[in-house]
Design a protein around this ligand. Structure first.
Ligand SMILES: C[S@@+](CC[C@H](N)C(=O)[O-])C[C@H]1O[C@@H](n2cnc3c(N)ncnc32)[C@H](O)[C@@H]1O
Length: 286
């Protein structure tokens, strides 16, 4: 196995990263649930959550496959896995999930172990490695006829009424999130249909799931949105013209009198793109 510590050396502060993941769950969970439902995972099936993070989705997937199913959460980070195990123990799904440490590019798992595999904001991200390698690994551990799905956060409208400011913010940051500087367009997450084809999957498909929030916002959603503003634009605002930066701060600073999340008209949406394919086997399917 590669040294998975290397993956983690890229994350400056694991604790802060963990907090951000936990904070974002209330915002993302209903959207991720739409994606899980769209997959129609068979009752009693066995699945892999690759890059499971703090394990929230591992539990949602376990709920979807019912008490006779099982989901394995795999992640590179021992810290995240400890959090995931704690979360599972507090739930009534602890028997239906297990967790293990590993690298999605070199899975410590046998061939044909699962009926399906899924990965959110992990496989396909430029920091995780070559997507074909991870997809081939996922295809190896899923039985022929089973399915592999990868999801990635893909776009948003978070500043209603300020389309030009939001476009300029996006032009500095989130528009390039999945595309490392200098890479080919084919390496962008939104070109993942091509990766599935190249990795030999049958029936590659793409879907978009949309999350919507609007006023009045409860505290957990407010905190998640503030964190999302910071993740998308927190640093990039300093690369903008002063007038834009001031307008962004007026709208996105919780201390500002014009903080946009306090608007009684606040409405926002964001998208996850989900790509899936079937592990090639002409006769076997669910
Ligand atoms: C943005 S988080 C997403 C976590 C979770 N899927 C979610 O959506 O909440 C990315 C996760 O991928 C994990 N990760 C990054 N590179 C990895 C690798 N090569 N193998 C396994 N996990 C990896 C990180 O530890 C982190 O938990």
């Amino acid at each position: 196995m590669h040294d998975i510590g290397i993956v983690y050396a890229k994350v400056a502060d694991v604790e802060t990263y963990l907090e951000k993941l936990v904070l974002s769950d209330p915002l993302r969970d209903p959207t991720i649930l739409q994606a899980i439902r769209a997959l129609e995972l068979p009752e009693g099936s066995r699945g892999l959550d690759a890059g499971c993070g703090v394990g929230s989705q591992t539990l949602m997937l376990a709920e979807a496959v019912g008490t006779s199913g099982h989901v394995t959460g795999l992640d590179a980070s021992a810290e995240f896995l400890a959090h995931a195990r704690g979360l599972a123990e507090q739930s009534d799904l602890s028997e239906q999930v297990s967790f293990r440490q590993g690298n999605v590019n070199e899975l410590p798992l046998d061939d044909n172990t699962f009926d399906w595999a899924w990965s959110v904001d992990c496989v396909g991200q430029s920091t995780v490695g070559e997507p074909l390698t991870a997809l081939q690994e996922l295809a190896r551990v899923v039985r022929p006829g089973g399915r592999v799905a990868i999801l990635g956060y893909s776009s948003q409208m978070l500043l209603p009424g300020y389309p030009l400011l939001e476009a300029r913010l996006n032009a500095t940051a989130s528009a390039t999130t999945f595309l490392a500087k200098g890479e080919k367009p084919e390496a962008h997450f939104l070109r993942a249909l091509g990766w599935f084809r190249e990795a030999g999957f049958a029936e590659p498909k793409a879907r978009t799931v949309v999350g919507t929030v609007h006023a009045p916002l409860d505290d957990t959603i407010r905190r998640a949105l503030i964190s999302l503003f910071g993740m998308l634009w927190g640093e990039m605002q300093f690369k903008m013209a002063q007038a834009d930066r001031e307008e962004y701060q007026r709208l996105a600073d919780p201390e500002s009198a014009d903080f946009i999340l306090d608007s009684p008209d606040y409405y926002a949406f964001f998208n996850y793109s989900m790509f899936e394919g079937r592990v090639s086997a002409p006769t076997d399917c669910w």
